[in-house]
Design a protein around this ligand. Sequence first.
Ligand code: SF4
Length: 278
Amino acid sequence: MKTVMINPDGVSVKGCSIIYAPKGQAGEYAPLATNPYRGCGHGCAYCYVPLVTKQPRSEFDAGAVERVDFHKRLVADARKYEAAAITEQVMLSFTTDPYHPGDCSLTRITLEVLRDHGLAFCTLTKGGTRALRDIYAFRPERDAFASTLTSLDERFSRKWERGAADPSDRLAALRAYHERGIFTWVSLEPTLDIEASLAIVDATHGFVDLYKVGQANYLKEITRTTDWRDYTLRIVEKLNRLGKRHYIKRDLQPYLPEGYHNPLRVPQRHGIPEVHAA
Ligand code: SF4
């Protein structure tokens, strides 16, 4: 194999596009990512992906399909990462959901390719217990399982995330992964209702290791009418009181107390000492 070159970000390999370093707000979530599918059947009303990928929303919402030659291209990229001795976590996914309502067997194949080439992985999903099909592929000391939650109320969730698993089903998946010894985290983004997001922490802190908290991107009315300072201060008080690791995303950072300890890359695997915010 030819010598592989690392990009200036220090974590991604030049010439790779299937395993890539996400930029901007996505980059706050993970150093590396991959997207096995095009489209997603969850139909979230706030989903920004069709805008980013320039896909008609009707086509995107019709369901996920495997990306052309994904497996072959994934293996080619994974070999280069292995040659570069890069072992970071790769997140599935930003532009689809790894446990969408259709055939998600390519997700397991993706996890196995990453594992076989020395990489770790993390899945972020609203697919709930659909994700249990792959639970034995996860390693406590390397990998992580995450779910996005916007509310515990099923009617509220069905209004905003009509094709996704109900919140109670997402909680069941998080609990199952936690009981299996896998690092779990919750994305509290978008925040659609601050009381709902605070209630999620109350209901889940017993089986969730880390929370990532953000605003309501692309939702101007919610963004305009929400008191983000109040929310930020209340959620960090709660998370600190409960002793939970957290990362407050850039859009909420202006509301943090001065000098607040808010590291971007909290380790997302077990076996790393707890680091609490000051
Ligand atoms: S689960 Fe994610 S990718 Fe799928 S529609 Fe919802 S926001 Fe978009």
